[in-house]
Design a protein around this ligand. Structure first.
Ligand code: PMV
Length: 330
């Protein structure tokens, strides 16, 4: 008999240096290209899961609120996969909290589904390899596949469910970078990344970016491994702009960036003239991730916080991936 116990996991959000945008298979979340990211040590989700015999249906609570509709379906999809792997039918109680605002371009789905994958599989008595865990997290949200792995990782696009998962490029201690997450809006974004992925191929720049990515991904990985910060930063910014050009030129244009985003980008360019180097990247939202070295983080943070429209910042170091914790939520 499988032993069902209460398990909790903590998992980080991550920032994509090379982005996932567009799905080859939208059910399995198989991407068109490899992507590269760093885990954020201060943007975390903690999730507790307990498969319990007395439950009639799955009970899902996120940030203290019971969830229904699409959000619930996405969680149940992962619980169903875990149930099939563990050969059980038992329903589960799930509770999850984020320590940062959800749906504003700090990838809450990445931390959420990577935490859920570890907590749910462990609660069902499964001991999954990092590879299997990355696959399970990916089925919830593509970018979650990378949050499972410590430090810097690359999600290998693969060709099928079994070979599309993330692997480590470098440990968190490899490069003492900072990501100053700069929050410029706490509103829920108009269009989810799921909607963005579904129309990505309609952009006339889609094919061009896919071609460019072959070289860009290689170069960025090399710059990362050689700690060539300026080359790395320039590639990072090109890639961020490309993502947003694609979003803006899709069949239904998506405008994630706002005027404060552009003001922060300008402030960073001005600082670079003074040899204080921070580079920007933005995911599917207006908030800016400023990648810089430890020595410049405080100065950049001070300057950026004074830009009109900036609400707050969160300074992150490269973080660990998903791990179990005794910090149970119920
Ligand atoms: O994992 P999803 O479906 O939320 O997509 C993430 C998309 C980006 O954050 C914009 C890019 C990425 O690779 O994380």
């Amino acid at each position: 008999m499988t032993k069902l116990t209460k398990k909790s996991a903590t998992s980080p959000s991550n920032i994509a240096f090379i982005k996932f945008w567009g799905k080859k298979d939208s059910k399995l979340n198989i991407p068109f290209n490899n992507s590269i990211s760093m885990n954020l040590d201060s943007c975390l989700t903690t999730t507790t899961v307990h498969f319990m015999n007395n439950l009639k249906e799955d009970e899902i609570v996120i940030d203290c609120k019971r969830v229904d509709g699409e959000a619930r379906e996405r969680v149940v999809k992962i619980l169903d996969i875990v149930r099939s792997w563990a050969k059980i039918k038992t329903k589960a109680k799930v509770s999850s909290i984020n320590n940062f605002p959800a749906d504003v371009g700090v990838a809450s789905s990445a931390s959420a589904f990577s935490a859920l994958a570890l907590a749910a599989s462990s609660s069902a008595g499964l001991k999954l390899s990092k590879q299997k865990l990355s696959i399970l997290a990916r089925l919830g949200s593509g970018s979650a596949s990378r949050s499972v792995i410590d430090g810097f990782s690359e999600w290998k696009k693969g060709t099928s469910n079994n070979n599309s998962y993330a692997v480590q490029i470098a440990k968190p201690s490899f490069w003492d970078l900072r990501d100053i997450v700069t929050l410029v809006s706490s509103e829920k974004k108009e269009k989810s990344s799921t909607e963005g992925h579904s129309i990505a191929t309609s952009s006339p720049y889609f094919e061009k970016r896919q071609k460019d990515l072959v070289v860009r991904t290689k170069k960025l990985k090399k710059a990362l491994l050689e700690k060539d910060f300026n080359t790395f930063g320039n590639l990072l910014e090109k890639e961020a702009i490309d993502l947003h050009v694609m979003a803006m030129t899709s069949v239904e244009p998506i405008f994630y960036l706002n005027s404060t985003t552009f003001a922060v980008m300008k402030a960073l360019r001005d600082l670079r003239v003074k040899e204080i180097k921070g580079y920007y990247t933005m995911d599917a939202g207006p908030n800016i991730h400023i990648i810089c070295r430890q020595k410049d983080a405080d100065t950049i943070n001070r300057v950026i916080k004074r830009v009109a429209g900036v609400k707050s910042t969160i300074i992150n170091r490269p973080g660990l991936g998903s791990r179990l914790t005794n910090n149970h939520l119920f």
